[in-house]
Design a protein around this ligand. Structure first.
Ligand code: GDP
Length: 324
C-alpha cells in the first residue's frame, strides 16, 4: 500500500463510494503502527476528513452479560432495516491480553454481520488504551467517509475505556439490568455521570423489577451533576429479545442529538482534548528519547532521597536535555 505523496490515495475513491473492502483495508492501515503506514493512513484520513462528521455517534457500555451484543444486534438490524448504514466498532483494551477480541466479535451479532447495510469491526488489539481508542476514533471517521450514518461504539466497564468512548461519541448509553439495587452498588459513579441515556435491559424478565430499577436509577441520576446543562439523562426500559423499548430508545438518542449546538460543542471539545492528549504523548516521547537514562536515574534517586524537590528534579532534567 504505497503511493506518491502528492497523489490521491488509491483507497480514497472506493472507500467514498462505499466499498466495504476498501473500508476494511483503510482501517487495517490506520491500525498499523509501522511508521510508513502511520504516515499513509494520516494522509488518507486528511483527504477523507471533509466527508466525515455526518453521522450519529453512539457509545454503549454495560457489564459483560448485560446484553450489549444482543442490544446492538436488535437495534442495528432495526436501523439497517430502515435504510441506515450502521457501523459497529469497539474499544476493548483487554483484547490484547485475551489474545482475541470479545467486543465487536462478529459471531455475537450474526444477523447484523451479514446485513449489507452494516459494517462490524472488532476492537483493535494491542497497545495501551490510548492507542486502542485512537485507532477506534480513526476507524469511526473512515466509516463516516464510507457513508455510515450511524456509528455504534461499544465498550465494557473496565478501567477508563468508557471515558474514552464517551469522549468520541455524541450520546453515551449505559445498559443495566433490572436488579438495579445490586447493580447500582457495583456501578462506578463515574460511569453514571457519563450516561446521557440509561437503559434497564432485559425488561421482559420482570416488569415490576424493571419499573423499580427505572425509578432507582432516575433518583440516582438526579443526585449527579448532568454532563450537559441542556440535557437531563433519561432512563428507559428495553428488551432485545422482544424488541420492546427499542423505538423509544432510538427516539431518545435522536432527541439527544437534535440540539446541534450541543453536539457541535461536544465534538469541538472532544477534538481539542484529543489533540492535547496526542501533543502530550508526542512531547513526552520527544523528551524521553533525548533524555539520558543514567541522568534520569540519577535525578530520580536525588528526588527519592529528598535532596531535590520534584520541581527541581524536572528542571535539572530539562536543562540537561537543553544542553544535549
Ligand atoms: P454482552 O456480554 O453484554 O454482550 O451480553 P449478550 O448480548 O451476550 O447477552 C448475554 C445473555 O443475555 C445472553 O444469554 C442473551 O441471550 C441474554 N439476553 C440478551 N438480551 C436479552 C433480553 O432482552 N432479554 C433476555 N431475557 N435475555 C437477554
Amino acid at each position: 500500500m504505497t503511493s506518491q505523496p502528492s497523489a490521491t490515495h488509491p483507497l480514497a475513491a472506493p472507500l467514498l463510494s462505499g466499498s466495504r473492502r476498501a473500508l476494511a483495508r483503510a482501517i487495517t492501515l490506520a491500525e498499523s503502527s509501522r511508521p510508513e503506514h502511520v504516515r499513509e493512513a494520516q494522509r488518507l484520513l486528511a483527504e477523507l476528513l471533509p466527508y466525515t462528521g455526518r453521522s450519529v455517534r453512539v457509545g454503549l457500555t454495560g457489564v459483560p452479560g448485560v446484553g450489549k451484543s444482543s442490544f446492538i444486534e436488535a437495534l442495528g438490524l432495526r436501523l439497517a432495516g430502515e435504510g441506515h448504514k450502521v457501523a459497529v466498532l469497539a474499544v476493548d483494551p483487554s483484547s490484547q491480553r485475551t489474545g482475541g477480541s470479545i467486543m465487536g466479535d462478529k459471531t455475537r451479532m450474526p444477523g447484523l454481520t451479514v446485513h449489507p447495510g452494516a459494517f462490524i469491526r472488532p476492537s483493535p488489539s494491542g497497545g495501551a488504551l490510548g492507542g486502542v481508542a485512537r485507532r477506534t476514533r480513526e476507524a469511526a471517521l473512515l466509516c463516516e467517509a464510507a457513508g455510515h450514518d450511524i456509528i455504534l461504539i461499544e465498550t465494557v466497564g473496565v478501567g477508563q475505556s468508557e471515558t474514552q468512548v464517551a469522549a468520541m461519541t455524541d450520546v453515551f448509553v449505559l445498559l443495566t439490568l433490572p436488579n438495579a439495587g445490586d447493580e447500582l452498588q457495583g456501578l462506578k459513579r463515574g460511569i453514571m455521570e457519563l450516561a446521557d441515556i440509561c437503559v434497564v435491559h432485559k425488561a421482559d424478565l420482570d416488569a415490576a423489577a424493571t419499573r423499580r430499577a427505572q425509578s432507582e436509577l432516575t433518583s440516582a441520576l438526579h443526585l449527579l451533576t448532568p454532563r450537559s446543562a441542556s440535557w437531563q439523562p433519561r432512563v428507559l426500559a428495553a428488551s432485545s429479545l422482544t424488541g420492546a423499548g427499542l423505538p423509544e430508545l432510538w427516539a431518545a438518542v435522536q432527541a439527544c442529538v437534535a440540539d446541534e449546538t450541543r453536539v457541535r460543542a461536544r465534538r469541538q471539545s472532544q477534538l481539542g482534548s484529543w489533540f492535547e492528549e496526542l501533543l502530550r504523548e508526542a512531547a513526552w516521547q520527544a523528551l524521553t528519547s533525548r533524555l539520558d537514562a543514567a541522568e534520569l536515574r540519577r535525578v530520580r534517586a536525588e528526588v527519592d532521597a529528598a535532596r531535590l524537590t520534584p520541581v527541581q528534579g524536572v528542571s535539572a532534567l530539562l536543562e540537561a536535555v537543553g544542553r544535549a
